[in-house]
Design a protein around this ligand. Structure first.
Ligand code: ZLM
Ligand code: CA
Ligand code: ZN
Length: 397
């Protein structure tokens, strides 16, 4: 395919490690690291790697992971295997379908699989490397599609996430940057990142997500959850939650995203931005319930990029692998400024081309109007925007 030239005036770096792609959560588990292989196939076949600095990242060290996570938990992840888990924790061996109890959050969502530590240390290493490139001014936009695992807690795996690479990357950014804005467009609430930076004004967390308490995972993130309540706590008002109903479409999402993010950037003046691009907010996702198209999802990336603030871009959820790959390939093209020149028809010669045949061999299949009706009214959206503007008025000046 055509060679794509490097963007003018700024540098994009792409951080990945093939070691992450070949791990399996289990036959029917929705999380498929193979989606990263499909993403890479599109990025390389379109020739986008020629426009970026590409790095094969190294695994994060134990000490690096322990900058956020509890030592005992890191040690547990390091030694546990599918073979020794029941010896180590006989209390887990209950019920016919295996462990049900919660030792460090292990269970059906977060199983112990072969190579788990290798998987975690590698996706975390890529996010840490990416953050360091931003801090060193060797990159202006650093990408790690294998990262974005926003649910992991200090000593607990949660929602398919074991190590919170986003928190680790933000900790790197905070060594140099006074204010980091975190934006999360995964269909799930970014609870792990929110919790880690709940009591600081040096990180502002903004998550857009489906919210239905006790029904939709993780059940947190209502509009009025905006940080600690105590007036002396510096984190007060430095969390923004955007709870949504099923079926939001490209138009409503773009309107809401722009009217939340623009005033947030104007008021908070972040010196770095971390954007989590979970692709389970697309229509046709196996776990999601929104109706975004690839272009609608990508518009969020374009909008954030337009502020010209150093940016770390990570992946996240996404459970229909071919559409995850389409979204992240398109978003790579946006970040290198090649989205207008890319041919929407998938390259003739590329690995795994057949995997994309279902919706047609294009980057932009129609993913809207599927399964879920749009349950977000104009009034709902306006109410959220008003709430966010009022919240921001408390942190101005
Ligand atoms: N059961 N297998 C998003 C994380 C979402 C909690 C309900 C487990 C599943 C799901 C696991 C093969 C991100 C919950 C679900 C069944 C308690 C969730 C294993 C199917 C399967 O077939 C499955 C045996 C599994 C898990 C569905 N889990 C769907 N939704 C959520 C977690 C992560 O996208 O935000 C970032 C990467 N968990 O709803 C239950 C309450 C466990
Ligand atoms: Ca989210
Ligand atoms: Zn998700």
């Amino acid at each position: 395919e055509n060679e794509i030239s490097r963007p003018k005036g700024y540098t994009v770096s792409w951080h990945h490690n093939p070691a992450v792609e070949n791990h399996h959560f289990g036959q029917t588990h929705p999380m498929k690291p193979w989606r990263l292989t499909l993403t890479k196939s599109l990025v390389l076949s379109y020739g986008m790697h020629t426009a970026m600095d590409t790095y094969i990242s190294r695994p994060a060290s134990r000490d690096e992971i322990a900058e956020f996570h509890k030592d005992e938990y890191v040690e547990f992840l390091n030694v546990v295997t599918p073979q020794n888990i029941y010896e180590m924790y006989p209390e887990l061996a209950t019920g016919p379908q295996g462990y049900t109890s919660s030792i460090f959050g292990v269970g059906e969502d977060c199983p112990i699989f072969d190579g788990l530590y290798d998987f975690c240390s590698n996706y975390a290493g890529a996010s840490i490397d990416a953050a360091r490139k931003l801090v060193n001014h060797q990159s202006d936009i650093a990408i790690n599609w294998s990262g974005g695992l926003h649910h992991a807690k200090k000593a607990e795996a949660s929602g398919f996430c074991y190590v919170n690479d986003i928190v680790l990357a933000i900790l790197q950014l905070l060594r140099y940057h006074p204010r980091v804005l975190y934006i999360d467009i995964d269909v799930h609430h970014g609870d792990g990142v929110e919790q880690a930076f709940w009591s600081t004004d040096r990180v502002m967390c903004v998550s857009f997500h489906k919210y239905d308490k006790e029904v939709f995972f993780p059940g947190t993130g209502p509009l009025d959850s905006t940080g600690p309540l105590h007036p002396d706590n510096p984190g007060k008002n430095y969390t923004i939650n955007v709870p949504l109903n099923d079926g939001i479409d490209d138009e409503g999402y773009a309107y809401l995203f722009q009217n939340v993010i623009e005033p947030t950037i104007k008021v908070y003046r972040p010196t770095a931005i971390v954007l989590q691009c979970g692709a389970d907010s697309l229509g046709h996702d196996r776990l999601g319930c929104f109706n975004l198209n690839i272009r609608g999802h990508g518009n969020c990336v374009s909008f954030v990029k337009s502020f010209h603030i150093p940016m770390l871009v990570v992946g996240g959820g996404g459970y229909t692998p071919r559409n995850v790959a389409r979204a992240w390939a398109h978003e790579t093209s946006i970040l290198i400024g090649a989205d207008k020149t890319l041919n929407p028809a998938l390259p003739e010669h590329m690995p795994y081309r057949e995997a994309f045949r279902r919706e047609g061999l294009t980057l932009f299949p129609n993913l809207s109007g599927w399964r879920k009706e749009n349950m977000n009214t104009r009034a709902d959206i306006e109410r959220i925007i008003r709430h966010v503007r009022e919240q921001l008025s408390y942190i101005r000046g």
